[in-house]
Structures are given as C-alpha cells and as structure tokens.
Design a protein around this ligand. Sequence first.
Ligand SMILES: *Cc1c(COP(=O)(O)O)cnc(C)c1O
Ligand SMILES: [Zn+2]
Length: 393
Amino acid sequence: MYSLRCIECGEESKEDSYNCECGGLLEVKIHLDQVDLDFKLNGKDLSVWKYRALLPVRIEPVTLKEGGTPLYRLERLEKELGIRRIYVKHEGLNPSGSFKDRGMTVGVTKAIELGRNAVACASTGNTSASMAMYAARAGLKAYVLLPAGKVALGKVAQALMHGAEVIGIKGNFDDALKIIREVCERLKIYLLNSVNPFRLEGQKTIAYEIVDEIGLPDRVVLPVGNAGNISAIYKGFKEFLELQLIDGLPKMTGIQAKGSAPIYKAFLERKEDITPVTNPETIATAIRIGNPVNARKALRAIYETKGLAEVVSDEEIISAQKLLAKNGIGVEPASAASVAGLIKLAKQGMIEKDETVVCIATGNLLKDPETAIKVCGEPKIVEASVEKVISLL
Ligand SMILES: *Cc1c(COP(=O)(O)O)cnc(C)c1O
Ligand SMILES: [Zn+2]
C-alpha cells in the first residue's frame, strides 16, 4: 500500500499528478507498517526488483534487469586520502549505462498501469537514453527534448536507435523541461523526468543495495544535477531506518560542477531553496542544470543527515575520471564529480578518517566518447611495420 503526498503541505494527490495543488513536490509514501518484507539482506541477487515489496507498482514490471551494480573498493585512494574505506558503486553498468534505468523500470511500468501509450522527457542525455530503451521494451511511444549540441554522443545515439522521437531545442535543459511539462499536460503524455515521484522510487534501491551488500555506510557522495537521485537515495535509507533494518543515516553529500551549482550556493547560505543559475556550464553535461526541480528535497536530505555540498571544477572532474579509469572503472565526466568532490573534501579535512564512504558513479564512460578522446588525445598513427610500432613502445 502507498499514497502520493505533498512534501510541503502533506495533502494527498492523485496518482497521475506531478505536483500538489500548492505547488509542492510529491513523494510516494509507502505504508511501511503494512509491508511484507519478503527479501533478505544477505548481499545476494541484488536488483531493483529484489525490493519489490517496497516499490509502488501493482502489475508485472517492465524490466531489463536493472540494478545489482558492482561496488568496488578504491584501496589506493584510501591510502592516499587516509580514509578507512572508499567504495564506488558503478551505476554505469546498468542496461542503458546509467542509474536512470532504476527509475525508468518503475516509471514506464507506472505509465502502463495508468493506461498511457506515450511517455516523454527533457534530458541532458541519460534520461532520454533510458526512457527510449524502456519505452521500446514496453511498446510505448517516446518523445525526447534535448538541449541541442549539449548532449554527449552516446546518449543521443541510444535515444535515436531505440526509436524515440528526438527533438533538439535551442536552449538549455531547464528550458527543455519547462516546455516538455506543458506539452505533456496539453497532449496527455506521461512525463518521466525526476519530478515524477515514481522514478525516484526505483532510484531509492541504490540505498537498499548498498545496505544489502555492506551495511550502513557513513557517507554517500554523488553528483547532483536535477537533484532527483540524492533525494531518492536518501528516501531509501530513511525507509530502511524506519523499518529498523539500519540504525542511522549516511551523511548525504552532493557534488555540483562549479558552473552550475545552485544547490551548493543554497547550502552555503543554509537556505531551504535555491536561486536558479541562468547559464549553467560544465564539461559534465549530465549535471549541466541551473534550476534543479528536486532542490528542496535534496537540501532536506543534506541538512537532515548533517551532510555536505561541494563544487568541483571541470579540471578536477577530468582528473577524477582519469583516476577512476586507472583503477579499471570507466565513467562519464559527471560521475567522476563524486570522487572529485570526495578528494576535495578530504583534503580540506571535512571527512573523518574512520569513515566508510560510498561514491556513486552515475554513468558509463562510453556515454561521452568525444570528451574522453579530447582529454586523452587521439591514438598515434604509424606505417604498418613492426619496426615502426616497436619504435613507439
Ligand atoms: C542524471 C545524471 C546525474 C544527475 O542526477 P540528478 O538526479 O539529476 O541529480 C548525474 N550523473 C549522470 C551520469 C546522470 O545521468
Ligand atoms: Zn501541497
């Protein structure tokens, strides 16, 4: 059992709405006292649907086997920073290559439950790739609005190949979201941006899987764009706390890129809401967002867990991307913001030595091949001879 509630006034809403009448964001309230917990926290068979008992769907889900992503330890970085345990959860190994799949398996299932035949989103790239994939699986029409010229190549390729109708607008993500929200309302299309509370329900399973595998960490560090994921993961931990499966909450730590950091700025001033950034800019296009819709949820997650917000430069992001790559973990730039942020915070003495920290690597390296080649340089080219090749080694 569950209901949809406004996070501001507490009013209940209909299942197919995205905002309360008061304008507040909606949240799915799982009636935890009525849940039959039929899963075991034994670190085995991790997946989004292992925790179906805590997910708000009534029909068989549209699934491509999302979740169950690996948690890697970064021993060399632990030594370097003097932190007890640092893990990276590689969400880039989901079916479409980002954590968005966790949300889409629930969101697209909900679209079917509600009898919709079309879904839509505005996207910095990964939402569109994931939505196109799940819509294709479910046989739904998919419409995508992208900021033209600002989406990494791999993501556009996915959205197109999986059959979405893809439109680039001459504007940024925030403009695209505003437009698609109105289009969805007028044409009765189901909106699958993270303002859709059901998507966040899928994404909260990142928290469940972490607890399932290693128990309660002290801190979770992740990149923040539209701020859905930090809100979702926080919700997951809070539900486990309420169910007495854990006895505390990790410090939720959000990292933004310097050129698009409204949440960081609000955090510095201890505000509950943001002032939008009008021209967000960063090499990490997945978090190039100036007006995050879930800002109020995200700031609560940070304040209520005594967490932190930090900003990192594009140089710090690329350097962390390379560090992860040297540890065998291939991620796209936005994902590396988490590790870049952790390094920066550790060097400022903001992380306790005995902490267990989990960084979320949100998307796969292959999503953005152009940036990878730009920052690594093209391969050398020589004549096809053994001598010439050896001379280069
Ligand atoms: C969507 C996305 C983010 C940002 O997540 P939000 O929920 O919008 O804060 C970060 N990294 C990658 C790779 C993403 O695709
Ligand atoms: Zn309300």
